[in-house]
Design a protein around this ligand. Structure first.
Ligand SMILES: Nc1ncnc2c1ncn2[C@@H]1O[C@H](COP(=O)(O)OP(=O)(O)OP(=O)(O)O)[C@@H](O)[C@H]1O
Ligand SMILES: Nc1ncnc2c1ncn2[C@@H]1O[C@H](COP(=O)(O)OP(=O)(O)OP(=O)(O)O)[C@@H](O)[C@H]1O
Ligand SMILES: [Mg+2]
Ligand SMILES: [Mg+2]
Lengths: 252, 252
């Protein structure tokens, strides 16, 4: 099983949209996928289970003793989700990073039979839960909004990723940058994307995700854009992202 | 001194843009303002000091023993800033909320002479630093992006705000919602803003902030929109926000 973590401490850059859309695309491409929602906001859980009410039902009665709520199927064949449990905020305390890490390891080992890919959506932070997820990642995809503030945080993010110690010394997760909310009519979008590609030529995915209002419209219908409008520019860009990740970047 | 905290755990909703633009507007209106940047991403610090390099210089040599770096003047008369120090991430550990709270209280008491308003920009979280800031707030302004995911987190945010215990029992900070990135051409913007106004009629500011690309362009020139283009729609909306806050909402 490959573990792909979607992370960036900058808020609102498209982490959840990327995690959910990639999950649907992987499942449609025949790679059974489990999405773990580590963000207490539970946006990914809500997008996949059909709204905040369904999430509350799915995690009701789950005690905080274990970080992960039970695995739930979604309306997409081949895609299941571990919804964000309310106790996640408590787990984010500093001293539980190692304990959380061992729970995550056990999940990776036991889910092998059910899914080929484990996708993890993170909160906008570099706290203990996110660090534990990064330590267990094979691949990190960091969405980078084509905006100035998002670019400022990039070197901070890459420095933090470099400093995460891995289970086996010497191995590091591969880190890929995905330019998001690119608006071809805006000079700023072109400036930011050129700057990011110039600084990180090998890490920046060739495909960028355009700004497309249908992403937001789809999430208000609790559907990923892939299902809401499979022919849209936004969907097609994520299909290209999947192709570049599965066939060019991820080994095995 | 009035303490105004800009907070929302949802990322990318316009917290920093609101903190910086309000700071510039308050200072121009003659109310000396101190902006405290509690987000380790330091976007507000960079916007007011002229870029990430200037921030690194301003906090160089600052030991993590004290959470606040020294107060710096900005290029705007009447507006000064406490840049985010790299040690803030360490302070965000659970057991230091009370210690941080007492540092914040001392800052509020000692800055009385320098500023009429203390503005605090928060990271996208509800962790210990943000909770400590909320406990010391007279007013909380929560930017709410006119998008579906941002709306989902609203009740979670308001529940957390209700549960923050205050220094003097029985008093609660006033909480105002500011609708941001409203795009009049989008049905979704109208739907979200109507829904927010319907659920929280007394707390939602009359004025909303429109989506305006010049906000992003201004920040790439390390200027607030107020300075970059004082006549723009975006600037005028924040001037209205200041008017509604200063004259209708804040007592004293
Ligand atoms: N390419 C896109 N074009 C237009 N809107 C988008 C795009 N991608 C995401 N969005 C919208 O932008 C908002 C932010 O995206 P999203 O919530 O996925 O970001 P995030 O990084 O997960 O945020 P957080 O930091 O709060 O977890 C959402 O309302 C989403 O619908
Ligand atoms: N009204 C607006 N119209 C268009 N763009 C905006 C507007 N307000 C903010 N922006 C841009 O949207 C992005 C997100 O805004 P900002 O960084 O202020 O949000 P934030 O809530 O502080 O994010 P974080 O959660 O990471 O701290 C920035 O690139 C900013 O320039
Ligand atoms: Mg998210
Ligand atoms: Mg911010």
């Amino acid at each position: 099983m490959q573990t792909i973590v979607i992370a960036n401490q900058k808020g609102g850059v498209g982490k959840t949209t990327t995690a959910v859309t990639l999950g649907v695309c992987f499942a449609h491409a025949g790679a059974a996928t489990l999405l773990l929602d580590l963000d207490p906001q539970a946006n990914a859980s809500s997008a996949l289970l059909g709204g905040p009410g369904a999430v509350a039902e799915a995690v009701a009665g789950h005690s905080g003793a274990h970080p992960f709520a039970p695995i739930r199927p979604t309306h997409v064949p081949g895609l299941s989700v571990i919804p964000a449990s309310p106790g996640l905020r408590e787990w984010d305390a500093r001293d539980r990073e190692d304990l959380f890490r061992s729970h995550l390891k056990r999940l990776q080992e036991t889910s092998e039979a059910q899914a080929r890919i484990l996708l993890i959506d993170c909160s906008p932070s570099l706290g203990p839960l996110v660090r534990a997820a990064l330590r267990g990642a094979d691949l990190v995809v960091a969405p980078v909004q084509c905006e100035y503030f998002a670019m400022e945080g990039l070197s901070q993010l890459l420095r933090s990723l470099e400093s995460i110690e891995r289970p086996t010394a010497g191995t590091r997760p591969e880190v890929l940058l995905l330019l998001t909310m690119h608006d071809p009519e805006l000079r700023l979008s072109a400036e930011v994307s050129e700057e990011v590609r110039r600084h990180f030529p090998d890490r920046t995915l060739r495909v960028y995700v355009p700004r497309d209002i249908q992403f937001s419209e789809a999430s208000s219908h609790s559907r990923s854009l892939f299902e809401y409008d499979p022919t849209s520019v936004g969907t097609r860009s994520y299909i290209e992202v999947v192709r570049e990740i599965l066939y060019e970047r991820v080994k095995g």
